[in-house]
Design a protein around this ligand. Sequence first.
Ligand code: DX5
Ligand code: ZN
Length: 222
Amino acid sequence: MPKLILAPSILSADFTRLGEELAACESAGADWIHIDVMDGHFVPNISMGPFIVEACKRATKLPLDVHLMIEKPERHIEAFAKAGASHIIVHIEACPHIHRALQHIQSLGCKAGVALNPGTPVGAIEAVLGDADQILVMSVNPGYSGQKFIPSTVAKVKEVRKKLNALKSSARIEVDGGIDVETLPKMKKAGADVFVAATAVFKHPKGTKAGIQSLQAKLRST
Ligand code: DX5
Ligand code: ZN
């Protein structure tokens, strides 16, 4: 079984201390850093762009997992790769030419991921299940951190895992939205192997390091 990955999403980090937040994640045992890019069109919120990815690249050695929640993501793939992204994820709902987008990401030396919203059926990504390096199953509607986990997405993860197994694919299944010590074990059992969390890490009452440690403990013990 591949290593289970914990990827804190900096969307809930304290941006006045971003370097310190990244250092806390790294020293407490985070595996990747998840960066949520929002354009105010594909999702209602606006967040960050390549400039922040480039700053993170200088501040941490951890792989940068860049989640593009933007319309026409093809136009920005190169800028994020240049800024230091290790993985670039595009949404199927925003990307009609999905093979081209994934190939473009891979040609720039990055891992390519495809994401699907909670309302999008697994069938929508069927044609690229054998091509993507990561499948991101959203467990909230994208746009904000701190939202309530949607329980029906557990079955969706199971469905994706079954299809990947049938293809003998080693693609990772990433889950994102409402992941905490309660929901993480359910998603792990369903077959996810990358766990994104913003609130459970950066808003942990005992601080960022404690947030990482409590999720890592769940990853190992359940
Ligand atoms: C949601 C983003 C998530 C978000 C997760 O649009 O893609 O990565 O930051 O936040 P939590 O863990 O608080 O649900
Ligand atoms: Zn995300």
